[in-house]
Design a protein around this ligand. Structure first.
Ligand SMILES: [Zn+2]
Length: 159
């Protein structure tokens, strides 16, 4: 079988950032898949499952309630390697186009207080596996160290 595109990125050169992973066509529409890379692959510890799960619940809640972008949101979820998330939007976008959206999402997570939406046995397959404090810590780190002063090398995949 052929190696798929996302395995051809040199992960040793990849910094935490916000990248376009791929663009797909479905009928007449373009679907943009973003790579929201939160930790540096193979150089720093990956995120644990509980905080990833909390970011997933809070991020999806934010995105699906967003006043202007909610109808474009197709999917938001974690990478299996636990270094980041994928966001799929209907439309043809570059990563700089969605900096405000992603910053809004991680600021929402950073500042979130209270019950995590959907963290109940009826609503989720593993509702006790949550870590809000670590989710907030990671969201703050991503805003402060990546999104607040994002440079070109963190917006476009390395050659
Ligand atoms: Zn869940």
């Amino acid at each position: 079988m052929e190696k798929i595109t996302s395995f051809t990125i040199d992960h040793l050169k990849l910094l935490p950032g916000l990248y376009v992973s791929r663009k797909d066509h479905a009928g007449d529409s373009v679907i943009t898949t973003f790579d929201i890379r939160m930790t540096r692959p193979n150089y720093e510890p990956v995120m644990n499952t509980a905080e990833i799960h909390t970011i997933e619940h809070l991020g999806a809640t934010y995105l699906r309630n967003h006043p202007t972008m909610k109808d474009h949101v197709l999917y938001f979820g974690p990478m299996g390697c636990r270094t980041g998330f994928y966001l799929l939007l209907a439309g043809d976008y570059e990563s700089k186009d969605i900096i405000p959206l992603v910053k809004g999402m991680f600021t929402f997570i950073r500042d979130f207080e209270g019950e995590v939406p959907g963290a109940a046995a009826k609503d989720c397959g593993n509702y006790l596996d949550m870590n809000l404090n670590m989710a907030k810590y990671l969201a703050k780190k991503y805003v402060d160290e990546v999104l607040d002063h994002i440079s070109e090398e963190r917006l476009v995949y390395p050659e």
